[in-house]
Design a protein around this ligand. Sequence first.
Ligand code: MYA
Ligand code: JJ1
Length: 388
Amino acid sequence: RHKFWETQPVGQFKDLGNPSLPEGPIEPPTPLSEVKQEPYNLPGPYEWITCDMDTEEMCSEVYSLLANNYVEDDENMFRFNYSKGFLQWALRPPGYYRSWHIGVRVKTSKKLVAFITGVPARIRAKDAVVNMAEINFLCVHKKLRSKRLAPVMIKEVTRRVHLENIWQAAYTAGVVLPTPISTCQYWHRSLNPKKLIDVGFSRLGARMTMSRTIKLYKLPDSPITPGFRKMELHDVPAVTRLLRGYLKQFIVAPDFDENDVEHWLLPKEDVVDSFLVESSETHDVTDFCSFYTLPSTVIGNQNYSNLKAAYSYYNVSTKTPLLQLMNDALIVAKKKGYDVFNALDVMENEVFLKELKFGPGDGQLQYYLYNYRLNQALGPSELGLVLL
Ligand code: MYA
Ligand code: JJ1
């Protein structure tokens, strides 16, 4: 049933629940001299390119491919619309490799028709911190679907990751493949309910009017927690300590150092927002919350063309109750003009989702590891990892 995935070093459906298989790498690394030195063959009309995401031209080409051909919901009403600034941020973390930003062009027209990326990350699984690639933005132009281009793209990114002596990867997808380490649920908190209903993102509840709905989702004008403020550069050491301490409890989580925290969590306008609570007595950072900005194109609506969504990222509460911290996150997101605040049921998110009026979405997100076996699927609350 999975002609490609059956050939790959990933957990297979037939092996689920077989306790005799050891946890850890599925196949050992090979000597670098044995890694294939030439790119995989593409069908005749196409050629590989390495994308230079430093240049405005390349960034624009990638942006357009994704804006027109990337992930849609199951009814094709919305399509992710990652901004150029977001793509530059997501693809150039500390230690990134340009060779892992891979495009496919039509030789004659030079048109970009497919894309896949990796970025390096240290990810802890149980007790082991493993150098991995995070694979994202796999996209094949709508007119070139179902021609088995995706397996070639995946093999080529794998080859280029291997050339850097990295043998494992983490990725997420909306589809079920062999085999998820965890299945997570999307939840949505309306901030601008009238617009969400107008574009078909949500519906008026039973026995609800528009004005009752607007009242239901109303939020205060400003955050409630004393000492709640935007994260700044000088907070990087304190936030790193707080986050490292927090992520220890999860079975799979990133191993962030200060450089990672500066890149992934320092606020970047319209890309990532981070807030913390500073104690007025000790000046300690006791709590932290963050979200990233990922708008969606509204596919066929007369009145609106874009939906502004915030996605819950990493949150840590040690003093402020998580419920109150996330309510403040909703308040600042509303104030910044977001229409909806989305979250997965990962980490401790279950404790605030229902209470803060999030509702379950119609989408799920599957988490995967490549060439690394875990003997038991994880519950979402055992996952401490959020991919973009
Ligand atoms: S997830 C986001 C994926 N992108 C989209 O959903 C955007 C819209 N869709 C498309 O652009 C295309 O439909 C894609 C497939 C490109 C997804 N992950 O070429 P095909 C398998 C992995 O004929 P197409 C993200 O970015 C499928 O099961 N495999 O199909 C993370 C089948 O294999 P098999 C997928 O529809 C990506 C084969 O591809 C996915 O034209 C992580 C069919 O190929 C998917 N999302 O193109 C990639 N969808 O027969 C893996 C379909 O076996 C990384 N397929 O069932 C692995 C680690 C690599 C690095 C390792 C380093 C050590
Ligand atoms: O956004 C999603 N669903 C929305 C819109 C559904 C439109 C019709 N299909 C949704 N809305 C209901 C909200 C409602 C608000 C008030 C309270 C009750 C709930 O459910 C879904 C997630 O739920 N998103 C998608 O389907 C997009 C794809 C998700 C897979 C992503 C793959 C990621 C790629 C990896 O990098």
